[in-house]
Design a protein around this ligand. Structure first.
Ligand code: SAM
Length: 220
């Protein structure tokens, strides 16, 4: 499928370079996802510029943080961000999606089936899945506050090495709340990526890594 000129323009305006084969797969995902979006609410980012500047940018920041061979769960995948682009950008990792709304989970299965990416979709709450399945990284965007995630994972760290949360500028408030509630007491939190969101307020997007204090895995 040739690349849509508007997608190519958006990539170039946001200084993003992708292999043609990767760009084609991403375009396939987005066009299929937008088609479903006409029937079921999945995204408000319905232009190439919004997709590239908001969604793809986050996925491109997340992708290099993962190690080859990781088993990754995208908790609260919704429209497939970040899990589906991640699976396209990093075919050397195993990606699963958890989506608690059954209708959306079914659509996610249809999307990954149609575009032919190797991704497992669970129609379930992510924190419930973590009782039975193990993942090296749980990644997520726009699902819950830092405190909410800490509580969801509190009793399940034996099945997760780390959380990687994509956050906007409110992350500092969220960290304050999580500290206040004491849910970070046994955890380490590090900002592992920071990047301009390109908006008028010149705000910053970040990726936060959270993992148990007792684990030496991510020490510098
Ligand atoms: C605002 S959307 C975000 C979608 C996508 N991650 C993004 O960044 O565009 C949040 C999605 O997470 C789902 N969700 C919320 N809590 C969840 C949980 N505990 N486990 C799985 N899915 C959850 C919701 O049903 C919804 O589809």
């Amino acid at each position: 499928m040739p690349l849509d000129p508007e997608f190519v323009t958006a990539l170039s305006e946001h200084s993003i370079e992708l292999d043609d084969a990767v760009a084609e797969k991403i375009q396939h995902y987005v066009t299929v996802m937008w088609r479903w979006n006409e029937d079921i609410n999945l995204t408000r980012h319905t232009t190439w510029d919004l997709f590239v500047s908001r969604d793809l940018r986050d996925c491109l920041q997340l992708a290099p943080l993962l190690e080859a061979g990781e088993e990754v769960l995208d908790l609260g995948s919704g429209n497939g961000i970040p899990g589906i682009p991640l699976a396209i950008l990093r075919p050397d990792i195993e990606v699963s999606l958890a989506e608690s709304v059954a209708k959306r989970a079914k659509v996610l299965s249809e999307i990954v089936g149609e575009i032919g990416v190797q991704v497992t979709v669970y129609g379930a709450r992510g924190e419930d899945l973590l009782e039975d399945f193990r993942f090296t990284s749980v990644v997520s965007r726009a699902v819950g506050s830092i405190a909410k995630f800490c509580r969801w994972i509190e009793e399940r760290w034996m099945n997760v090495d780390r959380l990687l949360l994509i956050k906007g500028p409110k992350w500092l408030e969220e960290r304050g709340e999580a500290r206040h509630l004491g849910v970070l007491a046994n955890l380490q939190l590090r900002k592992v990526a920071a990047y301009p969101l390109g908006d008028a307020e010149e705000s910053e997007g970040v990726i936060l890594q959270i993992w148990p204090k007792e684990s030496t895995r991510y020490q510098e």
